[in-house]
Design a protein around this ligand. Structure first.
Ligand SMILES: Cc1ncc(COP(=O)(O)O)c(C=O)c1O
Length: 365
């Protein structure tokens, strides 16, 4: 009998999302759960986006605009990029899939860093493509030289997350420019900037400018983090028109729903929410970092809205489970090759105090 699925599907590992609040309440009999597992926005959605979403709900008997004209026009106006260089998607995760499906031919390779965002690996494997990974340097940092050393004539797409998930670390523009200069023009370099709005380090990339010099650069962004719209699933990409046109043909016809399109356009106008969200992370990240260090953790410096904290001698799944019993959800990163670390989203002061108190209790400090 012929196998039900091809071998590359049979061997796929499922994506493990952060535990939903309702599941934790049900399974552990707790309430007032602090969910710091998925790098969502601690302030909630943009109020302007919320209002636009509520209004749009009245029209959900209609199909969305398949071309997302208004949303693309809003993105175009906001970033000064022609609509023909913009693609919108059902979360930026969909873009990662689409890029592999559209551009990586049989026998070609996807290249990225080991221990980086797992969606790159999942997308490559789901399409039966070879994934090549370069090790991190100094435990937590992208090594662009090591990635470059693994380039081959088969390399078609390179994924770089900057800042990185789950480490929160970053590389600087001059390092990226050096790397881009050494990559063949027919290899696509996908710069995943899911957390860029939180970055405040000097010398960080201006990817919109770099696109002008490097036409093989594709930039991925999301409304899931600073705009607080993770539940609506909305991402976008900037790429040269030829690439956008191919991706457009491969994507599902109505990949971005009507509510998300309306909310996204409104969120771009909500500068106040963006500023408050950034300020919260910049104020609370040092507080959480200090508290974690006082508990004996090694905390990796981060430019994102989360921290990777390593608790030597504390197996990741065990600590994760103990925290769930205290109504705190963090993200164990055992599967990423960090057996004793947790990734913790920067929350409100109350949430950060709650996770620190829970850790103090379960670690007996
Ligand atoms: C680096 C990175 N890229 C992409 C995504 C996907 O975001 P979304 O699909 O919600 O737009 C995430 C989500 O956590 C991420 O951390």
């Amino acid at each position: 009998m012929a196998p039900l699925v091809p071998p590359h599907v049979a061997s796929l590992q499922p994506y493990i999302p952060g535990k939903p609040i309702e599941e934790v309440e049900r399974e552990y009999g707790v309430s007032d759960v602090a969910k710091l597992a998925s790098n969502e926005n601690a302030l909630g959605p943009s109020p302007l986006a919320l209002r636009a979403a509520q209004d749009a709900c009245r029209s959900v008997h209609l199909y969305p605009d398949g071309s997302a004209w208004a949303l693309k026009a809003a993105l175009s106006g906001h970033f000064g990029i022609p609509p023909g260089e913009i693609l919108v998607s059902n979360g930026s995760n969909e873009l990662i899939e689409l890029l592999v499906r559209t551009f990586v031919l049989e026998g070609e390779e996807v290249l990225t860093s080991a221990q980086s965002f797992v969606a790159y690996k999942l997308a490559a494997h789901a399409h039966g493509r070879t994934l090549v990974e370069a090790p991190l340097k100094d435990r937590f940092h992208y090594d662009l030289d090591a990635i470059h050393a693994r380039l081959s004539p088969r390399t078609k797409v390179i994924f770089l997350a900057n800042p990185d998930n789950p480490t929160g670390t970053w590389f600087l523009e001059h390092e990226l420019v050096h790397f881009l200069g050494a990559v063949p023009r027919d290899t696509l370099v996908v710069l995943d900037e899911a957390y860029i709005e939180f970055v405040d380090v000097p010398g960080f990339q201006d990817s919109l400018e770099l696109r002008k010099r490097f036409p093989n650069l594709v930039v991925l962004r999301t409304f899931s983090k600073i705009y607080g719209l993770a539940g609506l699933r909305l991402g976008y990409a900037f790429a040269r028109p030829e690439l956008v046109a191919y991706l457009d043909r491969v994507r599902a016809p109505f990949n971005v729903n009507l509510v998300a399109q309306a909310a996204g356009a409104a969120a771009l106008d909500d500068e106040e929410h963006v500023v408050l969200s950034r300020e919260l992370v910049h104020a609370e990240r040092p507080f959480l970092e200090k508290g974690l260090r006082e508990l004996g953790a090694t905390v990796v410096p981060s430019q994102a809205n989360f921290l990777l904290a390593d608790f030597p001698g504390q197996p990741g799944m065990k600590l994760f489970d103990a925290l769930l019993r205290e109504a705190v959800v963090v993200r164990p990163v055992v599967g990423y090759g960090f057996p004793t670390a947790q990734r913790i989203t920067v929350g409100t002061r109350r949430e950060n105090e709650k996770v620190l108190a829970a850790l103090r209790k379960v670690l007996g400090r």
